[in-house]
Structure formats: C-alpha cells, structure tokens
Design a protein around this ligand. Sequence first.
Ligand code: ADP
Ligand code: MG
Length: 724
Amino acid sequence: MNNRFNALEALLHREKILVETHEESISEFFACNVFTNQAMQGFMVPKVYKQVEAIINAGESLTRELADHVADAMQNWAMAHGATHYAHWFQPLTGRTAEKHDSFFTLENGKAIDEFGSSALVQQEPDGSSFPGGGLRTTFEARGYTAWDPTSPAFILDVEGEKTLCIPTIFVTYGGQSLDYKLPLLKSQSYLEEAAIDVCQLFDENVNKVHVTLGWEQEYFLVDAGLFNARPDLMITGRTLLGRYAPKGQQLDDHYFGSIPERMYAYMRELENECHKLGIPVRTRHNEVAPSQYELAPIFEEVNVAVDHNQLLMDLMERIAKRHKLRVLFHEKPYAGVNGSGKHNNWSMATNTGKNLLSPGKDPSNNLQFLTVFMSTIQAVYKHADLLRASVTSASNDHRLGANEAPPAIISVFIGETLTKVLNEIEKGGVASAAGVKEVLNLLAKVPDLEKDNTDRNRTSPFAFTGNKFEIRMVGSTMNCAAPMTIMNMIVGKQLREFSQDVEILRANNMDKEEAILTVIKRYIIESKAIRFEGDGYSDEWKEEAKRRGLSNNADTPSALEAYATKATVDLFVESGVLSETEVHAHYDVRLEDYALKLQIESRTLAEMCMNQVLPAAITYQNTLLENVTALKSLGGDSSLFVGQWELVKEISEYINTIKSNVYAMRVERDKADELEAIERARAYCDNVKPLMEKIRTCADKLEPLVDDSLWQLPKYRELLFMN
Ligand code: ADP
Ligand code: MG
C-alpha cells in the first residue's frame, strides 16, 4: 500500500462541491450574522438603546443594569437566528483563537429555561492552564478569565448548522494580567489615539477622536486534503520538511495572472459568502506568485475589529477548506524554493473629521499635518526598529525574513521618489525663518501626486509608504496582526507625545507655530535618515550598507526576541501602560518557548519521516539494484554491464548513512537543548538542531529523484503544487 498513490487516485475522483449562490447582492446579506448596532436596536427599547450606544461610543463601561439589557437583546437576537449556545471568543498567545461553549439552556427549580444574563456576557472562566502563560499563572493563580470587549461586535458562528453566539473577549489571569493579544492591542490603541488627538489639535480644533485603521492582506496556499494527509510534515508542522523542488516552480511567472482553478474558485466563493455574512468586508482575491498560492484582502477597518476579523477569517478558511477536501497552509514557507506567504498590514489613522492622517491633502497646511504624522512614524520606526522586528519574529517567519526572501530581516522604510525629494528639500532649506517656512509650505503644496508616485512600489521593502498608509510587509502569514499592530501603536504613540512636547518647548520660546512644527520635522528627518532606503532590499550590498548605517540585522528569532529583554523596551511598555514589567517578561518567555517547541516538533517529525518513509524506500530500491548486480555478476559477464547500478547503490548508501547518522545526532542535540531554559534553549535549537535538519533535508532531497518513483510514499512537490 502506498499512501501517495492512494491520495493521487482519490484526487482523480473528487466530486465537485456545490456552493450556495445568493440571489441578493452582497449588501443585502452583509453582516446578517453580526450583532450590529442596528440588530441591537431591533431588540431594545429606544431609550435604553440610546444610552447604551452613547456609552459604547464614548468607550466607557456599561452599568450592570445596562449590561443586562444588552445581554437580553443579544440572547433574543441570537436565539431568533437559531443559536443554542454561546461562547466567549478570545485570542490566547498561541496566536489563534479559542472558545468555550455553554448552552443557553439551564434548569430553574427543575424547569428547563433559556438563560443568558449580563454575568454570562461580561465574564467567563475558561480553563486557563491550557494556554501559554509564560509563568504568569503560576505566580498568581491557575485561573484565567475572559471579559467582554464591547468594541468588537458579537457574531453567530454557524458550523454545519450548529449555531453559536460568539462574544469577542479579552483573556486575563486572576490578577488581571494579560494572557492574550487583545488587551495589549486595546491599550496601545488608546495610547496612540490620545497622543494623535493632541497633535491633530495643533492643526484642527474639531478633531476630538482618532482611530487606528488596519487593512490586512492574507496570503495562503491551498493543497488537496488527500495529498496533505499523506505528508506527516504538512499535517503536523504546516510545511514540507523535505521534498525536492519540482522542475517547474514559479520561474515562468505564469501563476500570478493565470485564471483561478475551478476547485479553488468554488472554495473562495464559499469563503467570501461566509465572510460577508460575518461582516468581514473582503473585497479582493487573486492568485499569488507561487503555484497554488492565493491572496485575500478586505476593506480596511478600525484596528481591533480588523484584527478580530483576520483571526475569524483564518478559522473560516480552515473550516471551509475541509468541506472542499482542501487544506489551507498558512505557514510562511510551506515549500522550499518557491515564494513564502506574508500578511501585509496596512496601517494608518483616521479622524472624526473624516481625514486619513497619512493622506496628503490639497492644501499645504493639511500637508504639514500629514508630514507631522508621517515623520513621527518614521522616527518611531527608526528608534524602535528592533522591537518592531521582534514583534513579527517566529520559527516559521524565520524562513522568510532574512532567508534570501522577501522582505529582509533589516528594518528599513521606503517612501518613494516624491517624498524623498520633499524631505531632502526641507533638510537643505533654512526653516528657521518666516521665509523658510513659506518656501516649505509652497513645496508641500506639490505633494498630492503621491499615489501616482507610489504605484511603482518597492516590493523588497519591509515597511513601505504606499500613498496614504504604511504597508508593513514583514508580518508572517500565520501571525495574529495584533502583535505588530500593538508595537506600531505604542511606538508612534510615544513619538507623537514627544512631538507635542518638542513643539511646545519651541513655542514657549516665542517661535511661531508653523515654524516650530517644521523645525521639529526637520530634526526628525535628519535623525531618522539611516532607516530610509529606496534600493533593492534583497541585495547583498544592502546588507553591507545597512551595517555601515548601524541598522540591526537580526536574522533569527532568538536574536530578534532579545529586543523584548532590554530595559528600554520594558520602560516603554510600562510608560505606555500597554504591558507591565511582569507581563513583558511573560510574553517574551511565551515567544521563546513557542520557538523551541516548534523546532522540537519539526525535528522529531523529520526524524520519523526519514526512518519510516525515506530510508525504507531507498533501501528497497537499493536491494533491487543489488539483486540485479549480483545476478549480472553471476552470469560472469563484463563488469561494464552493472557498473552504473553499482555506483547508484554506493550513492544511495552514502545518503542513507548520512541521514541515519544525522537523525541520531539531532536527537542528542534536542535532548541537550531541552535541558536548557528560555533563551539558551531557543539558541541551542537554532544553532545546533536547525542545521542538522537542513543537512538531513539535503540528503533526502537528493535521494528522491534517485529512487524508483513507485516506491516513494510522500507526495512530491509537483503533485502538491500543481494538482488541484
Ligand atoms: P494594493 O496594495 O493591492 O494596491 P490597496 O492599496 O487598495 O491595494 O489596499 C491594500 C490594503 O490596504 C487593503 O487591505 C486596504 O483595505 C488597505 N488600506 C487602504 N487604505 C487604508 C487605510 N487608510 N488604512 C489602513 N488600511 C488601508
Ligand atoms: Mg498591497
């Protein structure tokens, strides 16, 4: 029995999966499964609704009494939609979502009733000990609590007709410490928004609310479920730990603009329908660069809602894929030799007056505000590049960042030609006079052409300005967007505070407002210059140049994560209120542990595959060759008759021996690493286990094309990438 051939056979007989088609337009069923304000209004008396709306909009907490009204409305709405259970839905540090379901049904004096009060809405207690806590829970208590986040609407998840009311929540310890990605994100958001309002008021007194916006772009691979199941590595680690590249990969560039295969198209249509029902505003779908790689992007939203939607999307994607007998690969590098997947985070801020703070306006004074936010962001990235880099690091993203693939591990900022010119002019110009200010304002009047300038984007930049937002391209495709978004909000929040103070000081010395603003901007332009780079980020020259500029190049997770351990980082987290000192250490520990565990699992899986699949196939084939050689020899003929086969036997032997000895050496290294803790353990996995995995892979990939195809048990790259 050969798993591979069974899977290939099954693939030929896959039935077409029917996708529900909607008669209505998207706008008619969009968000029908979301407890929107409108839905709430339908289940509440107008007076109460008005009170609730005002409080939620102001970001204040509801009284118990009002929370009871919300709970009632939510329950009635959910039950009217057929929901039988409810769940607190949260985002533990595993990076994915978790939920604990409870039924509305309960007994009251022996009588069956449906119940869901504000206490069930506001708080729940899932078993905290099943989630990573970086030592936080042992210090306090093993319990974890989830608490309702009213800024993100509840929704109904429909799994094969089973409907559950899901309530977005934060997840904390008994002592209130964050055990998730959501609470730090919410805190960073308020920290930034507060600072941004102050800065905006320098330009427009009508600004009294700013919100951070995020539009993510999710890249992913699809693979047939049968082929996936025949690969222990894909099943367990999400990537191929071995596998020789197919003769044809992406070199012909024929995938990107090709038509989407019918089977994948059906999947995407169903996914989009489900997204729309859940209020996820997905809009774009297309093929990506690598074969079997795709991308999906929504209309941008407020950052916390966008984060929830991305998490929910990943969940839906996996569930719907199963129905289509497909599997989604979110891993940053599922296949060697073809492009990996990222999750670009497009980040900006918008005001209550309807302005995008990173969009240059029509008049120069608007552009002064744009330039303030723009330069403060660049200055923040310059100062905290290491922390930003740390926020997107992981065992799986290490295969992208710095591994000769988009984008490099060096953080730099791309801004395009027009803005580079503007910044250069300001830098050269004498701002410190009324005439200088006027000159700069004239220059700024020419800025609005940006979007055109940036259509020619630099795809090699990890952090690019794209006309009206920054695109953070180094985020990994498996990652929770909240991690990098929290850091962005925090560092820019800090920088905008400094900006306000810097301007204040100059104005206290009687400097005119515009001149003071420009003087600070000019200083930021000069100070942060090293982070700006417009060239090819993949080139070796850039690595050299970046080193000369003093920019860090942390190519692996253990070194990148060190940014969390510095005093400056802890101070910043504490000052901004995003995390306490213990929480920073806990989050750092969780990330280190995650790294070591991922490598441990990969290394074990690889060892098993070698011993169970690769070596048996090689040895069986080698036996056939040997029998043949022996037979030919016994005929007493010329040795030239079997010399080729004999050489093959030797070549195969060599690979078998190298694989076997390295698999054993790898186990020794794993055991040694596992005796260490935290950073030392992560380092040992990185330095001692990972290189052995690469050695083993190289040999296995050399064996693959030597061995009889009919003996090879693991689906090959050409099948994984091209059969659909
Ligand atoms: P492309 O990058 O393919 O040219 P767009 O520039 O239109 O496409 O948008 C890419 C992503 O940027 C989308 O997810 C979109 O929602 C997001 N985006 C656009 N404007 C903003 C903004 N002001 N803030 C945050 N995200 C945005
Ligand atoms: Mg883009």
